[in-house]
Design a protein around this ligand. Structure first.
Ligand SMILES: N[C@@H](CCC(=O)N[C@@H](CS)C(=O)NCC(=O)O)C(=O)O
Length: 221
């Protein structure tokens, strides 16, 4: 079915995964257009896609004629244009807390483990898979350690990152935990994160956003 909302996505893109969760939480129908990040040097680098997203990164969301990039900006745009159910709390302090949790993932963990960073380390320093894993495990563990402390020490943490309803911080946390598992980051020291991740996994919005549920998933790849 044609939709006004079109998401350029790759099954394993954790930034696209965040947007899929938000769209699902809000019950919005959207069309997925798959961009393969590895095939033929990466379809994100084709002129057609670069014209939409000059950073040549996923995701991009079309809302009718409007072109939106940067997953965190997209999450906030969706929340402002389709306010129910909200992804952010009603109070300024709550919003600041949720954005801080989300930005630990979106600004400090994810960017240094991105595909283009790993490809560059490889091309410049001949890093092998084990060395790239050491890099990933270091930065993901250090970020998750901080997140665990922030979540475990706050009375504002509930069944989810903030209170008892899922929101923007959960939409960032769950893809990061998926990514950590992919890189075999030990997670035993993060019981609060694991509890929230497991709670989110029981919700259809998160389940249907999982990489393996996507139309372009290559489960054996
Ligand atoms: N800050 C950006 C990050 C986007 C990003 O890094 N996307 C990754 C996939 S998770 C990507 O497209 N990587 C392609 C590449 O590195 O060439 C956002 O949140 O949208």
């Amino acid at each position: 079915m044609a939709s006004d909302l079109v998401l350029y996505s790759y099954w394993r893109s954790s930034a696209a995964f965040r947007v899929r969760i938000a769209l699902n939480l809000k019950g919005l129908h959207y069309e997925t257009r798959a961009i393969h990040l590895l095939r033929e040097g990466g379809e994100q680098h084709t002129p057609a896609y670069a014209a939409l997203n000059p950073q040549e990164l996923l995701p991009t969301l079309l809302d009718g004629e409007r072109v939106l990039t940067q997953s965190m900006a997209i999450l906030e745009y969706l929340d402002e244009t389709r306010p129910q159910p909200p992804l952010l709390p009603g109070d300024a302090a709550g919003r600041a807390r949720v954005r801080a949790l989300a930005q630990v993932v979106g600004c400090d963990i994810h960017p240094i483990g991105n595909l283009r960073v790993l490809q560059w380390i490889d091309s410049q320093f001949n890093a092998d898979d084990e060395q790239k894993s050491v890099w990933m495990r270091h930065w993901v563990s250090s970020g998750l350690h901080a997140l665990e402390t922030m979540l475990a020490s706050s009375k504002d943490t509930g069944r989810y990152c903030h209170g008892d309803t899922p929101g923007l911080a959960d939409a960032c946390l769950v893809p990061q935990v998926y990514n950590a598992r992919r890189w075999k980051v030990p997670l035993g020291d993060y019981p609060t994160i694991l509890r929230i991740d497991a709670t989110c996994a029981t919700l259809d919005a998160f389940h249907h956003a999982m990489p393996e549920q996507q139309p372009d998933a290559q489960v054996k790849a």
